[in-house]
Design a protein around this ligand. Structure first.
Ligand code: F6P
Length: 459
């Protein structure tokens, strides 16, 4: 079997800053993928140095070999905080109002892609299969080709692909998208993002597109684009439920919520996650059903993320304000409606927290996939499962149709969904959960990896 070389900005090495708590689903998913293939994981160490070494630091731990490089502070500012997270991230999440277009960050993005290509190319052997991840590295494939890498190259986008009408507001959008066609296989989380990409290729690049097969032909080159919905590492996650840490977290939740229904939200503190809108929905629920306020306690876990970027600082302030306001208005001497927690939690603790919560509230305004929704389902007690409320704008909604689907922009919709969840009879909860859980169990991380790598091998 060929070796798998994975390249992503975040790498789950012990040394990486931010590896715990706020990392999102990507690093965990790739760790699981690499445990199933012999391979190498290349990325950023999470460290900044004024004069970083160009040679990667290679380490092997728990059977996974990583090669990481440090970046200079200007690189982090222009590539990570700048073009990746102040231009591409907001634009790809349909937030054109938050999107910054700055020439120097675009240059920094290209420069850092070149740094990674130069570091990775010598590590790639002729039979390796190379799989590049996410919006940080769109042009990396083209850069690797310039370094003489002739291997099969795959790219997977973990976030949404925006509609063409939004994407064309990006200066040099065509140049950026053309670089994607240097990969042999391009993967998206769900059909909607794939369709937007194919539409762009046809309308803006003038490519010939075969919708059924996802084949895109431009000049001499034909590449394939398809949807590969990512799943969770089901077995590993279920094993977390057996730990004392999970049981302890579950007990703490149960003991501290007594006779009230616990509703849980777990998200990186990001404006795409719809957190203020979620709180507006909750406030509407309390306003409309004041007599039911004592039935519910909402626990929002939101570890801070990308704290150097002003839009993230603003969302944090907004959430603090709204939480304080709602708690002030609806608390009583013996109960507080919202617990707002900024710390990250381990996978085992999250298992226990999800299991104790009878409602999972996952309402991003836009999300590539959303693995919290899948983890919440997997952690439920089959005899007394909770209800998942899920945004119809998360990629996960394509698969999790038996959740209570909501428009996250509508406080009325959220209110209605909370009431539906609180009142749902056990039979209906079980019937919905069984279908949801079968999908989460079967469409798991192993299947995702095998499907993508299998297709890339023959691309
Ligand atoms: O899944 C999207 C993503 O941006 C990943 O690429 C990333 O690892 C994760 O969210 C967390 O973000 P960050 O790496 O910027 O902390």
């Amino acid at each position: 079997m060929s070796r798998l070389v994975v390249i992503s900005n975040r790498v789950a090495v012990p040394k990486a800053r931010g590896a715990a708590g706020a990392q999102g689903g990507l690093a965990g998913a790739l760790l699981a993928a690499l445990k199933r293939h012999t391979g190498l994981w290349v990325g950023w160490s999470g460290e900044e140095h004024d004069d970083p070494a160009l040679e990667p630091d290679v380490q092997t731990a728990d059977g996974v070999t990583t090669a990481t490089i440090d970046l200079a502070p200007t690189d982090v500012e222009e590539y990570y905080n700048g073009y990746a997270n102040s231009t591409l991230w907001p634009l790809f999440h349909y937030r054109i109002d938050l999107t910054e277009y700055r020439r120097e960050t675009g240059k920094g993005y290209e420069r850092v892609n070149e740094i990674f290509a130069a570091a990775a190319a010598p590590l790639i052997e002729p039979d390796d299969i190379v799989w590049v991840h996410d919006y940080h590295f769109i042009p990396l494939g083209e850069r690797l080709r310039r370094h003489g890498v002739a291997n099969k190259l795959g790219f997977f986008l973990h976030i949404p692909w925006p509609p063409t009408r939004l994407l064309v507001s990006l200066p040099y959008h065509e140049r950026l998208v053309r670089t994607l066609l240097e990969y042999d296989l391009i993967g998206f989380q769900c059909d909607e993002w794939l369709e937007s990409f194919l539409h762009y290729c046809r309308k803006e690049l003038g490519a010939e597109v075969d919708e059924a097969s996802g084949k895109i032909t431009l000049g001499e080159r034909t590449v394939t684009a398809r949807a590969y919905p990512i799943g969770i590492d089901y077995e590993h996650f279920m094993a977390q439920g057996e730990t004392g840490e999970a049981r302890n977290a579950q007990q703490r939740m149960i003991a501290s919520t007594r006779r009230r229904t616990a509703m849980i939200g777990v998200d990186r503190l990001d404006y795409s996650k719809g957190l203020p809108e979620r709180l507006d929905g909750l406030a509407r629920f309390f306003e409309r059903y004041p007599e039911r306020a004592r039935e519910l306690v909402f626990i929002q876990i939101a570890p801070p993320s990308r704290e150097d970027i002003s839009s993230y600082q603003q969302i944090r302030e907004e959430l603090e304000r709204k939480t304080g306001h709602i708690n002030g208005a609806y608390s009583q001497i013996d109960m507080v409606p919202i617990r707002y927690v900024n710390q990250g939690h381990s996978m085992a603790e999250l298992f226990g927290i999800y299991r104790a919560a009878k409602i999972g509230l996952v309402t991003p305004l836009r999300d590539g996939m959303n693995l919290v929704a899948k983890e919440y389902v997997a952690a439920q007690d089959p005899e007394d499962p909770g209800v998942l409320i899920l945004s119809r704008f998360a990629g996960a909604a394509q698969q999790l149709q038996d959740a209570v689907l909501v428009n996250p922009h509508s406080p009325d919709d959220i209110t209605h969904a909370i009431r539906t969840a609180l009142d749902m009879p056990l039979d209906e909860r079980k019937a919905r959960w069984e279908k949801l859980n079968a999908g989460v169990r079967d469409e798991n991380i192993a299947q995702w990896t095998n499907d993508f790598v299998g297709d890339l091998t023959i691309a």
